[in-house]
Design a protein around this ligand. Structure first.
Ligand SMILES: NC(=O)c1ccc[n+]([C@@H]2O[C@H](COP(=O)([O-])OP(=O)(O)OC[C@H]3O[C@@H](n4cnc5c(N)ncnc54)[C@H](OP(=O)(O)O)[C@@H]3O)[C@@H](O)[C@H]2O)c1
Length: 247
């Protein structure tokens, strides 16, 4: 596994240790040192990893080419970051973000994610991903596809409807007037609450839009997709969303 300081082993209770330290974040809120795993460290995964270390999380990032290709990003992220294989990111993350092109979700490791909260940040772009019949006929959603691949995990839809670069520019402390909102959808209340907490720490108001099957309400071509919205505005957009077949 590539680390910023090769040869330095994590020590229990150290800034590297994953779960046992306490750290202040940008908004002055102490956060337990949860580790976020990333499967996919491109535009969205990399940007979420930046936000995570900024707010006191440890991160383990991975991509398809191997940890050695992530040394520059690990170096930028600092002592709370390391790179690994997708298996390692899945195993070591308390919460694991999947941020890969949708066509690649079949390669997401299954067993190391059993029992874990898994964030689905993905979108379906057939031009990029190829045609997926169940999405074209709207009989399922991207997150339900990931859930079918990870039947023992608790999948939560989040972070799919914000341009990656805006993650690090649009966050504001809780209670800020006009604070931007981001959705969570999922079938497991505890997993959803855990992700909502991450969203809040990252600087956004979490808006619960219901079970995973409702995630289509914030997919591409819906009113709230990649728009800056407050919680009330986002709720209105989600309610106004229409299936392609109903338009
Ligand atoms: N870009 C945005 O603003 C944005 C915003 C919200 C949601 N999204 C969604 O997030 C997903 C990722 O988008 P992106 O823009 O971040 O794409 P990207 O910049 O192309 O990054 C994709 C990442 O996934 C990795 N990857 C691909 N196949 C993998 C595999 N089998 N195992 C592990 N990692 C793998 C890639 O690694 P390699 O480089 O080594 O191949 C890369 O790190 C998409 O579904 C997209 O629709 C994007």
């Amino acid at each position: 596994m590539a680390t910023r300081n090769p040869g330095t082993e994590p020590v229990a209770g150290s800034r590297h240790s994953g779960r046992s330290g306490i750290s202040g974040d940008r908004f002055g809120v102490a956060s337990l040192m949860t580790t976020l795993g990333f499967i996919g460290a491109g535009h969205i995964g990399g940007q979420l990893a930046r936000l995570a270390v900024e707010h006191g999380y440890n991160v383990v990032i991975s991509n398809s080419r191997g940890p050695e290709t992530l040394i520059d990003l690990v170096d930028e992220l600092g002592d709370h970051a390391r790179a690994g294989t997708a298996d390692e990111a899945a195993r070591d993350g308390d919460v694991v973000v999947v941020a890969v092109p949708l066509r690649a979700i079949g390669a997401v490791p299954v067993e190391p994610l059993a029992g874990k909260t898994v964030v689905d940040a993905n979108n379906y772009y057939w031009q990029r991903d190829g045609r997926i019949a169940e999405l074209d006929n709207e009989s399922t959603t991207t997150s339900e596809l990931l859930e079918a691949h990870l039947p023992k995990s608790h999948v939560v839809k989040a972070f799919n409807h914000i341009i990656a670069a805006e993650l690090t520019t649009d966050g504001r402390p809780p209670g800020t007037s006009g604070r931007r909102a981001l959705v969570v959808a999922g079938d497991d209340a505890e997993a959803k609450a855990r992700v909502a907490k991450v969203i809040d720490r990252f600087g956004f108001d979490p808006v619960d839009i219901g079970p995973l099957a409702e995630g289509w309400r914030i997919q591409r071509d819906t009113p709230g997709y990649v728009q800056r919205r407050t919680a009330d505005e986002l709720r209105a957009d989600v309610a106004a969303a229409r299936r392609y077949r109903d338009r």
